[in-house]
Design a binder for this molecule. Structure first.
Ligand code: SIN
Ligand code: FE2
Length: 217
């Protein structure tokens, strides 16, 4: 028997139940970027305000039947975009297919994401350490796709002050965390200037885009 038959060269274990699927999104990048343009033409990027009154440095939008929002009254999922009171744009086929492929490769063959949060990081934008805990079912994983500029992802423990692993993420990389890692603190260090991939549309150059897929409801 091939000792390595259950291993995949492109699947790296970061921590138990947390995987890096290096470059998994690359073959689908054209469809992903086209889907992204469609979504943000309906629900544009906007800077939301935290319950504490801070404007987030990351600009956000959503697609799927639920979208993550924050304002002075708290963090939550909504079925409607508060900017236009319309339902969030449908999740593009290419988004769903990639999220399910990544989840299946990570041991979650039944992942049915109903929410895709879209984060846009311009230079210096960052995401401080937090847990994803506005979802109903924590047995479902998080699938997180990186496009555009490189960034440094931090994956920590179960307390904000626990030490973190710092993982460089490039265009096309996918990170999946679930199971015993589902509630780990995570974040993104302030984005540094760099070179955008050559094929990126002008509206999406000079930034990093992150697609975070979740089963929220
Ligand atoms: C998030 O945790 O919402 C975003 C993570 C990332 O941008 O990679
Ligand atoms: Fe998160």
């Amino acid at each position: 028997m091939d000792l390595f038959s259950s291993q995949q060269a492109d699947k790296l274990i970061i921590l138990p139940d947390a995987y890096l699927l290096k470059g998994l999104a690359l073959p689908e990048q054209t469809e992903l970027l086209a889907g992204l343009q469609d979504v943000i033409s309906l629900s544009p990027f906007r800077h939301m305000v935290t319950p504490g009154g801070f404007t987030m440095s990351v600009a956000m939008s959503n697609c799927g039947s639920l979208g993550w929002v924050t304002d002075r009254s708290g963090y939550r999922y909504t079925a409607y975009d508060p900017l236009n009171d319309a339902p969030w744009p449908a999740m593009p086929e290419a988004f769903l297919a990639l999220a399910q492929n990544a989840a299946t490769k990570s041991g979650y063959p039944d992942f049915q994401p109903d929410a895709c949060l879209i984060n846009r990081y311009n230079i210096d934008a960052r995401m401080t350490l937090h847990q994803d805990k506005n979802e109903v079912d924590f047995t479902q994983p998080i699938v997180s796709v990186s496009l555009g500029l490189n960034a440094v992802f931090q994956l920590g423990g179960f307390q904000r002050t626990d030490k973190t692993i710092k993982l460089p993420l490039a265009h096309g990389d996918v990170v999946v965390w679930g199971g015993s890692s589902r509630m780990r603190f995570h974040g993104i260090l302030p984005l540094k200037a760099g070179l955008s991939p050559p094929n990126i549309t002008p509206a999406l150059s000079n930034c990093r885009i992150n697609l975070t897929f979740r089963k929220a409801g």
